[in-house]
Ligand binder design. Structure first.
Ligand code: S3P
Length: 168
């Protein structure tokens, strides 16, 4: 089974990729980590040195490496679905699950680690929620193409077990 986890930063994609891949006894990956390993630089450095447009090219190229793999759970980056037809591509490969946590929760989680995330590093703390709300609206059309849309309260072991059963 190929599972792609999508959603805004801070929505728990990496956490669930680890957890689900263990449960499924399959590979668990984090696209940001694949990118930083391949580029031998942090995401912040890639953004600073090459700009977002080039980061998106690399991100899309490395995402397509997963065509070769038969089974995995991949935590994508928050912007991955919104560039280079990535969302449609992921949907042809396997199932996509949108982790749609409320913006207040995302902001709480992201505040302490803002500095490492190039899109929000320069924002004053009080602007974070507004920024995330805007991003969500910008990205909604892409995220909405997900096979499953999990909202607050649905993002738990029981829901994931049900999804896995449906695709076993
Ligand atoms: C981004 C999210 C980040 C990372 C990059 C851009 C975004 O990934 O890919 O900083 O555009 O939302 P996470 O969602 O894993 O934090």
């Amino acid at each position: 089974m190929k599972i792609f986890l999508i959603g805004l930063m801070g929505s728990g994609k990496s956490h669930w990729a680890k957890k689900l891949s263990k449960k499924l006894k399959t590979g668990g990956y984090d696209l940001d980590f694949v990118i930083t390993s391949h580029e031998e630089r942090s995401i912040a450095e890639i953004f600073a040195e090459e700009g977002e447009a080039n980061f998106r090219k690399t991100e899309s190229k490395l995402l397509r490496w997963f065509a070769e793999k038969k089974s995995f759970v991949l935590a994508t980056g928050g912007g991955t679905p919104c560039f280079n037809d990535n969302m449609d591509w992921m949907n042809t490969q396997g199932i996509t699950i949108w982790l749609d946590e409320p913006v207040q929760i995302l902001a709480q989680r992201l505040l302490p680690e803002k500095a490492h995330r190039p899109l929000i590093a320069g924002l004053p703390d009080e602007a974070l929620q507004g920024f995330l709300r805007e991003k969500l609206e910008e990205r909604r059309a892409f995220y909405s193409k997900a096979t499953y849309h999990l909202k607050e309260g649905d993002i738990n072991d029981r829901t994931f077990a049900k999804i896995i059963k449906e695709h076993a």
